[in-house]
Design a protein. Structure first.
Length: 276
């Protein structure tokens, strides 16, 4: 089991880090009591292999003091454990709390926000001393932090994580509204008007053979392949994890199905996960 433990000061970016790992297909748990860490391997459903856990000052002082021993116990169970600690200076944390108007977990009638920061640093010191990667987020925007985390985690963890979803649809039923690219293939010769083909779909050999004989069809397929092969990889540079591509014809039965099927095969060369 591969376990990443995220900790740090409240307001330093733990939630962003957890969302990044969720995008990287980690099973994420927020605010797990530290003493439950050794039991993860036995209690999680389906024996998840990649787990991210957020632990912060809401765990008791006693649990946090025992954190180094807990990590040792996990490693004795042959678990792969990696720790990330997110920090920020007090001025930055104070500004972030003023902007969000959220309550710090350690503030109360007798404890100011700045005093809560100081108390939190003391509580989390055992975790900080044992961490593998400490990141100060004081001068990072949310997007910069996300990119930094992807750069630090993705090459070592899961490699290429971009997923392509390729869908076919019929314009007469309406257009999908959750796509990044929508291509209209109604200009291609329509098998529907061939009596012997109208009842088939773009997956049937007779329709495939008909469309493969059409120069216009092959030209469009080739140009769509070239376009998407060139531009889809650029989505990785902006930390996107999925690209939705929709192919539409009149009824969503022949041309769009054929183009979606053939395009998905051609784009396999990009080594992305493809959902058709």
């Amino acid at each position: 089991m591969n376990i990443i433990i995220i900790s740090g000061l409240s307001g330093a970016g733990k939630s962003i880090c957890l969302r990044v790992l969720e995008d990287l297909n980690y099973f994420c748990i927020d605010n797990l009591p530290a003493e439950l860490l050794p039991f993860l391997a036995d209690k999680l459903p389906d024996k998840k292999n990649n787990i991210a856990v957020s632990i912060d000052a809401r765990s008791s002082r006693e649990q946090l003091a025992k954190f180094p021993d807990i990590i040792t116990k996990l490693k004795q169970q042959h678990q792969q454990v990696r720790q990330i600690f997110l920090d920020a200076d007090d001025d930055t944390l104070l500004r972030r709390y003023q902007e969000t108007r959220r309550k710090h977990p350690l503030t109360d009638e007798a404890t100011s926000l700045v005093e809560a920061f100081e108390k939190e640093r003391v509580l989390l010191d055992p975790i900080l001393k044992a961490t593998d990667l400490a990141i100060n987020t004081s001068r990072l925007t949310m997007q910069q932090l996300r990119k930094l985390l992807y750069d630090k985690l993705r090459p070592n963890e899961l490699g290429n994580t971009l997923s392509l979803q390729i869908s076919s649809f019929g314009f007469k039923f309406g257009t999908p509204n959750d796509v990044d690219y929508l291509f209209d293939v109604r200009c291609l010769p329509n098998p529907y008007w061939e009596p012997e083909l109208s009842s088939f779909t773009g997956r049937d050999p007779a329709v495939i053979q008909f469309l493969e004989k059409q120069p216009l069809t092959q030209r469009m397929l080739s140009e769509l392949d070239d376009f998407l092969s060139e531009w889809v990889p650029h989505y990785e540079t902006v930390n996107r994890h999925y690209v939705n591509i929709a192919i539409g014809c009149t009824g969503g039965q022949h041309r769009s199905v054929y183009i979606a099927e053939q395009l998905s095969k051609r784009l396999e060369k990009l080594s992305y996960e493809i959902k058709l």
